[in-house]
Design a protein around this ligand. Sequence first.
Ligand SMILES: [Zn+2]
Length: 438
Amino acid sequence: MSAELLIRNARVWPSARSAVIEDGSVLVRDGRIAKIGSFRARAKTVIDADGCLVMPGFVQSHVHLCQTIFRGAAEDMPLLPWLRDYIWPLEAAHDSESIRTSALLACAELIRGGTTAFLSMETVRHTDTVFQAVAETGLMAIIGHCLMDDSCGYAPLAVDIDDAIADCDILLEHFGLGENIRLAVAPRFALSCATPSLKKAAEYARDRGLLLHTHSSEQADEVELVKRRTGQWNIHYLDSVGMTGPDCCLAHCVHTRPDERSVLRDTGTKVLHCPSANMKLGSGIAPVPEYLEDGISVSIGSDGAACNNRLDAFLEMREAALLQKIRLGPQALPARDVVAMATEGGAHALGWHREMGTLEPGKRANIILVDQRDFSVLPSADPATNLVYSNCSRDVVMTIVNGQILFENGQLATIDGEKLKADVNAQRKKLFERAGLA
Ligand SMILES: [Zn+2]
């Protein structure tokens, strides 16, 4: 039987910790990596990757597809007013068409920039539409259904916790515990749900083997509010409601005390680092090297386009590295550690580390080709420093997920780019009118 796809004549970089295989090849069969190394083979499809680095696709662990169409709408604002005055009214105004367009816009940007899998948090309605849109694109994803109850202080998005769980049941029934796309349970943050609701959500997710995904300790004000409302520091409070553990993914964790970090470490809770969003909303710098030193799993996400404004793994890697050098000096967080966070770290956060994050026989063929011949990259040969400091997302020349080419020669294979651009402008206008923000 002939193999499906052969990438040859490449600089193959199987993982952030491994050496580059010069003049290497990768053989893909039935959507998985069949062979990797220096060898010759025949295949139905042969890709000559001369001048490219062939590496695992990025796995972004914190994005909001539903917010992509809000890009540029609310700038230069602190977190809580930004949420209350713009993001929540826009989320509440979403209909099935606007959220589908927003999700496809995100997927187009992610695919073009070399992201092959992600964990997201969507809103309280229309999560089924997001599932359908992502499935059409061929990306792998764990999609979070957002939970907010009466205690969130924003009535249009408040949903009774039992109704929200019933929605999760429906999503599970339709999309199941898919091999390529799965559901996560995503209480928005500690303040968005009452204590019994958070406990119920954690129990529900754990009983069904679903990830829990939330925001935590993003800004000092938020941490103070949690303390005032619950009497506990944020991570201790989340721990008390069952929202810590290897199945819990906490975005940000910028403001954590040493005793909270011990809880993260002891419970195996995953930290999702979003450096651009943390800078843009003035949140602070997450203590990433300290987390890594403690053995805490850290991955990278671009957060939503409303607070970044890009969904670009290259940008996040560069900023993750540079921020720590401001804090701790130039030796902090070397490029290889950053690439590891953006690939293997993401895979660990999603619980898919046996499936992706490195190029190994048996794993999914989630592979990207990154051009190393641009003026901004030459003459460096080190893949880690190139990726973190020199390459940019437009250097991605091919994105492959499960052996399927989703992006090649500037063209998206599963998304009609021109139609999408027209839809984005039309849907954005209608959405902003519905939200009273036109
Ligand atoms: Zn977020």
